[in-house]
Design a binder for this molecule. Structure first.
Ligand SMILES: [Zn+2]
Length: 165
């Protein structure tokens, strides 16, 4: 045991390198996002719009072609969220609690998960809160800086409950 080992943490140096190969749909979604366009895919049978799309509807088991691509406004409703309290390990960039949410974009049938909220204190976030995107500066790794409240009235929670993850 090292002298800093308090029984709950131990020092360990690790390195992990991995590559992932994105699908053509993921590549197209990312290219559109870099141009500040959020493009979903609408099923030709059930009309659900997926963001991002995977090229097919998993409910109807049908392909979604280019004619099913639809651009959505960068605005939606928080359906689920969690407050992340970052552990302060060496090198941690996050210093304060922050919120990650699932957002049901207007016109989408499925919530967009793992979206960072900003411009709002974690205690003030709620299901049904209306948000819009804040785009990152050009060249950022993620074109979306965060989502923030847009001032619109909340959507009643029972209207988004079927989208809670
Ligand atoms: Zn469908």
């Amino acid at each position: 045991m090292s002298e800093t080992d308090d029984g709950n943490f131990m020092k360990q140096v690790v390195s992990v390198e991995y590559d992932t190969k994105p699908s053509p749909q993921q590549v197209a979604y990312a290219k559109d996002l870099a141009r500040h366009r959020i493009v979903g895919q609408r099923c030709p049978e059930c009309a659900l719009t997926y963001v991002p799309g995977s090229g097919y509807c998993p409910i109807c088991a049908v392909a979604i072609g280019a004619d099913g691509h639809v651009e959505l406004e960068a605005r939606g409703t928080v359906t689920t969220f969690t407050v992340v309290n970052p552990v302060q390990y060496k090198g941690q960039q996050e210093k304060s609690p922050y919120v990650v949410a699932a957002i049901l974009l207007d016109g989408a049938g499925v919530a967009l998960g793992h979206q960072r909220l900003g411009e709002v204190e974690p205690d003030d976030v709620r299901i049904g809160m209306r948000v819009e995107v804040e785009w990152a500066e050009a060249g950022a790794a993620n074109p979306i800086a965060h989502w923030g409240p847009n001032g619109e009235p909340d959507v009643p929670a029972d209207q988004v409950q079927e989208h809670v993850l």
